[in-house]
Write a new protein. Structure first.
Length: 336
């Protein structure tokens, strides 16, 4: 079974709102001249500009998955829709719709999709409740969360109720960069994505480790987008700081590499060498195939790509392509 842990979707209630020209949780849904999705409110615009594929309701997606040898996609919304800056009430309604829509899509195509919930993290209590609802009533396998919540990092105790709920329900947290804080120092050239996103992800990983979240919630399972960003490459430097600096001492005497190997990472590195390095650093049982579908920065034909890697033997390929996700998420193979 081949599983894509990192795939984005536009909720169908947004598509319905577009079709019937009704607002969707305070946003007008429109289609740009180039075919992209635009969600606009007075205060804010969400632009899904990297693909026109978001208009598909599932049929074309399944066709493409078949041609790529993908059995299952684990669906999350485009991270521009995380909406942590919205008023709590608006965010609660938005997340609830998104989660219901994804659950419906999972039901409609048995065995082909699994769902990651979206949480109103600007209110950690609401977020924890919505995570429990998604896991227990909607059959979600986890939630997609941002690398930070309006500037609050994952070492902050105010977010711990969410980690606690994730541990208690067995939810996988999939951490994805959204609002890139270093944007102001980047001169364009899509560096917001190519440099900013992997740096955001590294900050989230370091915050989670230094904030003792992994010591406090030992059964917590967290997967990071884009191969963990820049942090696998910096693990030696982090470990050196752990040894020589009091302010960079890791909790509980564990090494940085040890903490890193207790996390999960998707395979989206766009480099066989980088993926081989990640697998060497954390183990083939910690890496999950991802595409970032349908983003233009994603990996096409992912199964073929992973199989072509010299750095992975056939057992590692099988684990990365789906075995790890099946174990982690309790997915069942679809009946033919
Ligand atoms: Zn993504």
């Amino acid at each position: 079974v081949n599983v894509d842990i990192h795939a984005h979707v536009l909720p169908r209630s947004a598509l319905d709102a577009y079709a019937s020209r009704r607002p969707w949780h305070g946003f007008d849904v429109s289609r740009t001249d180039s075919g992209h999705v635009l969600l606009q409110s007075e205060a804010r615009t969400m632009r899904l500009e990297s693909s026109t594929f978001y208009w598909d309701r599932g049929a074309e997606r399944v066709e493409l998955m078949d041609s790529w040898g993908l059995d299952v996609q684990v669906l999350s919304v485009s991270p521009v829709m995380l909406g942590y800056d919205l008023a709590v009430e608006q965010a609660v309604g938005l997340c609830s719709s998104i989660n219901n829509d994804i659950a419906q899509m999972v039901q409609e195509w048995p065995g082909r999709f699994a769902g990651l919930a979206t949480l109103p993290l600007q209110s950690p209590d609401h977020a924890a409740r919505e995570l429990v609802r998604a896991m227990e009533e909607l059959g979600a396998v986890g939630a997609q969360v941002g690398t930070h919540v309006n500037g609050v990092n994952w070492d902050s105790a105010e977010l711990f109720p969410v980690l606690e709920a994730a541990e208690a329900t067995g939810a996988l947290l999939f951490v994805h960069p959204a609002e890139v804080r270093m944007r102001g120092m980047l001169p364009g050239y899509h560096l917001r994505n190519t440099l900013g996103n992997p740096t955001e992800t590294a900050v989230a990983i370091a915050s989670l480790i230094y904030g003792r979240a992994l010591d406090r919630f030992p059964s917590l399972r967290v997967c990071f987008a884009h191969g963990g960003g820049v942090i696998p490459w910096l693990a030696g430097r982090m470990e050196h700081a752990n040894r020589v600096r009091d302010d960079a001492r890791l909790p509980s005497g564990r090494s940085f590499a040890d903490y890193l190997a207790s996390l999960y990472f998707d395979s989206i590195t766009h480099s066989p060498e980088a993926l081989g390095y990640l697998v060497d650093a954390v183990g083939a049982d910690r890496v999950l195939l991802g595409t970032d579908f349908p983003a233009d920065m994603g990996q096409t034909r992912p199964v073929e790509w992973v199989k072509s890697l010299d750095s992975c033997d056939s057992a590692a390929v099988q684990a990365i392509a789906g075995g790890n996700a099946v174990d982690l998420l309790g997915l069942r193979a679809r009946t033919p």
